[in-house]
Ligand binder design. Structure first.
Ligand code: 0O2
Length: 239
């Protein structure tokens, strides 16, 4: 897929090659850069497709139930530096093929819900759509990471239609509560900042916080169920 700018660039490149204005290495570098940009555009389009699906689901559920299931949606295409670092971490040499084959989260969408049940409802609704294929599902809510990270991760493929082809593109969808997201943002700083003193103490505090948050999320879920049922509070169940 090429936009007008890239088509013009490809034309200029061909002209430069013909007049020997660039060395072979330079031409290869420019060609790879162009291909990389095109690849990122494809991921950007896949994000648009999945975001639209999520927005439609949320609009429908808001009309049906009179309340938002999804609080917010954010998305990003992984930066070149982050792509490079992740491939390095996985011991894979940098190439366009390696990006496509090795990385599952070049296109990433984060969905924030108020309640735990909504997370699973959104995941199931996405999985039921017949043009979506779920390749992988990691439930870090039922099985939190040792550091306390909680979130539901889906790796899915979605078809993206271009002028002359259809591509199945991988997208990572992370679904979590507001509280889980608050925790993950703070913990992310610990992961990526260097020379932080008392890392062990901070990690311990984060783990404690993650457990408090998990209990609060469950408590809030229970309160919502009681409100929906119009019933009374069961003090034992909400601990
Ligand atoms: P960044 O900088 O956020 O992009 P895979 O992607 O399946 O090949 P991975 O990375 O083990 O391999 O998959 P996993 O565990 O599903 O994690 C994918 C993404 O989830 C990470 O991407 C983070 O965004 C997020 N994540 C996973 N574990 C943690 C955690 O302990 N803390 C926080 N804050 N986020 C986490 P990246 O590329 O690692 O990082």
């Amino acid at each position: 897929m090429a936009n007008q700018h890239e088509t013009r660039m490809a034309g200029q490149l061909k002209e430069a090659m013909e007049t020997m204005e660039f060395s072979k290495d330079q031409v290869e570098f420019i060609q790879t850069t162009l291909q990389f940009r095109q690849m990122m555009l494809v991921y950007q389009c896949a994000i648009k497709e999945v975001r639209t699906k999520l927005e439609i689901l949320n609009d429908e559920l808001t009309i049906l139930h009179g309340k938002n299931t999804i609080e917010s949606i954010s998305s990003r295409v992984k930066t070149p530096l982050s792509i490079f670092n992740k491939l390095k971490r996985k011991g894979v040499e940098l190439s366009l093929d390696a990006i496509e084959q090795t990385l599952q989260d070049v296109a990433g969408i984060r969905v924030i819900c108020s309640f735990i049940d909504d997370i699973y409802a959104v995941a199931d609704m996405l999985a039921r759509q017949d043009d979506i294929t779920i390749l992988n599902r990691k439930d870090y809510i039922k099985n939190p990471k040792p550091n306390g990270y909680r979130s539901l991760h889906l790796i899915l493929t979605v078809p993206v239609f271009f002028s002359n082809e259809k591509k199945q593109v991988k997208v990572e969808v992370q679904i979590r509560t507001i509280a889980m997201d608050f925790w993950a943002s703070l913990e992310h700083q610990l992961k990526y900042k260097k020379n932080i003193p008392n890392v062990e103490e901070i990690s311990h505090q984060l783990l404690v916080c993650s457990e408090v948050i998990a209990k609060t999320d469950e408590h809030m879920q229970h309160i919502r169920e009681m409100i929906d049922a119009g019933g009374t509070v069961d003090e034992d169940a909400v601990g």
